[in-house]
Ligand binder design. Structure first.
Ligand SMILES: Cc1cc2nc3c(=O)[nH]c(=O)nc-3n(C[C@H](O)[C@H](O)[C@H](O)COP(=O)(O)OP(=O)(O)OC[C@H]3O[C@@H](n4cnc5c(N)ncnc54)[C@H](O)[C@@H]3O)c2cc1C
Length: 410
């Protein structure tokens, strides 16, 4: 039997296990997927936990619910990839051989990278919402908080879902307004970027929304440390931002196994061809999702679009044909803006998010870079789509390539 090995059973690994089982002959190919955890988290749902809209049980399911029949699932930590030997070593000392390998080990937050972040105020007045533990601790904190300076800080880029921190402050504005205490909460959005988002037109529109919601943006802030005694953020150029509660989006890196395997860049993201999805070092190693150094968002939508391309290109590699698919950097994200509304962005490597309409047969169109109720429903509906369609590798009526249909250029 030939062997396809998938590292990581999160969004990308699970989708690829489903898609590849559909196209590879069962009597010729064995598919194995490895992950250190049994539980699958619906990460976009973490946003709603601090505000009591979701709880932990709304975002977790066993990973094994989503694998097709005919897959081996190994629960173990991966130690390293030995590309020259076509094998992967597990923490328990076992070696797994492969003919083709997919790396889907995602990214992790590294709060220890910022001095003082994980100090005495951690999970007392300093929280993250990128982990289930952080999001649930913050939910408990907000239950009794009386108000003060709420500071959201992005430590560095890239981060998962670059609009999630914006969604957090938009949602906080609505949450404290609905509780009748918005006048007691001063919300600041502190970012290393020079505006609200990475791309200029979206930055202008989203920056306008921050202003309308009385959320102060502090741009170009490169955090050096958190002073726990004085409760202030300090930047490298000695700017200071005081806080009563700090919500951090810490530095993101690839898993340490990528460093140990010698296939990553300085942040531990796997070096990959951004179009073909083949790793730079090895012709039989491919990468999907947050684990790769793709110059696009680290987002579930990206993983979804990449999965179509990877399925096609992996079959090309297996059958010794030239690649026929190319990933164009397509990314698509709902942005929850509070009060039952949301916005939407859609872009790729070459086209920045533009205003207009996003057509979706049978459901849409959705407004681009515009607050609408429909976008909010899209965001909520997405959880069902994620569990029932996306993870199982079923077809969705959205092209993996970005389309200009509905977008306004002027
Ligand atoms: C707060 C938040 C909000 C978000 N909102 C959105 C959104 O609105 N829209 C959107 O599109 N995306 C959103 N995302 C991003 C999205 O969830 C991720 O981009 C997506 O899940 C990435 O999938 P992946 O397969 O690359 O990685 P993951 O799904 O994270 O999977 C990686 C897997 O690899 C395993 N792994 C890693 N290292 C090892 C090892 N050494 N040994 C064994 N196993 C290992 C992990 O346990 C994990 O299961 C959000 C993320 C967060 C945190």
């Amino acid at each position: 039997m030939k062997k396809l090995l998938i590292l990581g059973a999160g969004t990308g690994g699970t989708i690829m296990a489903n898609k590849m089982r559909q196209v590879l002959e069962r009597d010729e190919w064995e598919i194995t997927i490895v992950d250190q955890h049994r539980t699958h988290y619906y990460q976009p749902g973490f946003l709603f936990i601090p505000f009591g809209k979701y709880s932990k049980r709304d975002v977790v399911k066993p990973k094994s619910n989503f694998f097709p029949i005919g897959i081996n699932f190994i629960i173990e930590e991966i130690e390293r990839i030995e590309g020259e030997k076509n094998q992967v070593l597990l923490k328990n000392g076992k070696a797994l051989r492969y003919d083709f390998l997919i790396i889907a080990t995602g990214t992790r937050i590294v709060p220890d990278e910022t001095p003082g972040l994980k100090d005495e105020l951690w999970r007392k007045n300093v929280f993250d919402f990128y982990t289930i533990e952080g999001a649930t601790a913050l939910a408990d904190f907000f239950k009794t908080w009386q108000g003060g300076n709420l500071v959201l800080n992005i430590a560095d880029m890239p981060i998962k879902c670059p609009v999630a921190p914006l969604e957090f402050v938009f949602y906080a504005d609505a949450f404290f307004t609905e509780r009748g205490m918005r006048d007691k909460v001063n919300i600041k959005y502190v970012t290393p970027l020079s505006g609200a988002f990475t791309k200029p037109r979206a930055a202008k529109i989203l920056g306008g929304m921050l202003e309308d919601k009385n959320i102060q943006i502090v741009p170009d802030f490169y955090i050096e440390k958190v002073d726990n005694n004085r409760k202030v953020l300090v930047s490298y150029d000695e700017k200071e931002v005081p806080f009563d509660v700090l919500v951090t989006v810490p530095v993101h890196k690839g898993d340490t196994l990528i460093d140990r395997s010698g296939v990553g860049d300085e942040m531990g993201f796997v070096k990959v061809d951004k179009f073909t999805m083949q790793s730079n070092g090895f012709r039989n190693i491919f990468v999907i999702g947050d684990a790769g150094n793709f110059p696009t968002s680290k987002a579930g939508s990206v993983v979804h679009f990449q999965a179509d391309v990877l399925t096609e290109n992996l079959m090309c590699a297996i059958e010794n044909r030239p690649f026929t698919a190319a990933y164009d950097g397509h990314s698509n994200c709902y942005i929850e803006t509070g009060f039952g509304k949301g916005a939407l962005i859609d872009f790729n490597y070459d086209t920045e998010p533009l205003p207009g309409l996003f057509p979706l047969p049978g459901i849409g169109p959705f407004g681009l870079l515009k607050e609408t109720r429909m976008n909010h429903y899209g965001k909520l509906m997405f959880r069902w789509i994620y569990w029932h369609i996306l993870l199982k590798g079923k077809e969705m009526p959205i092209d993996s390539k970005m389309t200009m249909a509905g977008k306004k250029l002027e």
